[in-house]
Design a protein around this ligand. Structure first.
Ligand code: NAD
Length: 296
């Protein structure tokens, strides 16, 4: 049994903490929102009065917070009071620069650290099947692996500090671009009189095959479990896709990488969200594409 502090018990943090409790760990939780604390308590998490109180006796500290500024302010507040040699795991999706600053804060206080963002969404968090993309030293990774296991379907060590976040934003840039590509293909097919089923049957076994088509098909029918069959209820909300695309473009700018399709995908998701779809699943962008006017 490991004593784990879990800070940030929202949509993702709560089910992740619940899986750690089920695996037999002692989990001390903290969040700013009372109802999230109540839900966590119902899952067997011991509620702490503050982030500092949660970490005082913890061997491992996990953060699952909205953005880089939240992670850095929490790290600044708790690193001094943590047990010497404790392992800090940040599973939030944040910018690479903030992730590397968080590692530096941990190092300055004699702590081990990894960045370990996830994919798999709320469903994967509940089922304990998240993919963890890990950046950090071999020593920190070896210590983290057994702790992550009850929450994970797959754990990939991507290299040094910040590389987990780098993998996450590169993966989600592919996803954002490919979903638009699949949406455009179905939109064109509709106008050409080609059925959804015919396009799916061809492309899903041809060179157009990809996850956005075969697992998360943006039109109802071909993949019964995709959000298109459920009114585009998330799933993975368009606002989160836009967040990840923005992070990819900030990173591309900071290192001088040309990502023209990533930039275009960000602009399209910004328009889709601004039209009142932030809370819809990101695959609903097909409806926005279908309604768009072709520029001559
Ligand atoms: P959320 O908003 O539901 O949860 C974040 C929690 O952090 C909130 O409960 C908030 O009160 C808490 N918090 C903020 N500042 C705090 C502080 N100083 N101290 C303590 N608690 C604090 O968000 P979420 O959907 O759980 O996402 C968390 C992270 O996971 C984000 O970085 C997101 O991008 C990433 N992520 C989300 C999904 C998803 O499908 N929701 C999928 C993959 C990755």
């Amino acid at each position: 049994m490991t004593t784990i502090a879990f800070i940030g018990l929202g949509h993702m943090g709560n089910p992740m903490a619940a899986n750690l409790v089920k695996a037999g760990h002692k989990v001390l939780g903290y969040d700013l929102i009372t109802e999230n604390l109540t839900a966590a308590e119902g899952n067997g998490v011991t509620i702490a009065a503050s982030a500092q109180a949660a970490v005082a006796d913890a061997d491992v500290v996990i953060t699952m917070l909205p953005a880089g500024k939240h992670v850095l302010s929490v790290y600044e507040a708790i690193a001094r009071g943590a047990k010497h040699g404790a392992l800090f795991i940040d599973s939030s999706t944040i910018d690479v620069d903030s992730a590397r600053k968080a590692h530096a804060i941990a190092k300055d206080h004699g702590l081990l650290s990894i960045d370990a963002p996830v994919s798999g969404g709320i469903g994967g968090a509940a089922a304990g099947t998240l993919t963890f993309m890990v950046g950090g030293s071999d020593e920190a990774f070896a210590k983290a692996e057994p702790v992550l296991k009850p929450m994970a379907g797959r754990i990939v060590h991507c290299g040094e500090a910040g590389n987990g976040q780098a993998a996450k934003i590169c993966n989600n840039m592919i996803l954002g671009i490919s979903m638009i590509g699949v949406g455009e293909a179905f939109t064109l097919a509709e106008k050409l009189g080609l059925s959804h089923k015919a396009l799916f049957d061809v492309a899903s076994t041809s060179s157009g095959q990809c996850w956005s088509l075969t697992t998360y098909c943006p039109v109802p029918g071909p993949v019964p479990t995709s959000p298109a069959n459920n009114g585009y209820k998330p799933g993975f909300a368009a606002a989160l896709m836009l967040k990840d695309l923005k992070l990819s473009q900030e990173a591309a700018l900071s290192v001088g990488a040309a990502t023209p399709l990533g930039a275009h995908a960000e602009a399209l998701y910004a328009q889709y969200g601004a039209a009142g779809n932030e809370g819809s699943d990101f695959s609903g962008i097909i409806n926005f594409l279908r309604d768009a006017k072709r520029e001559a």
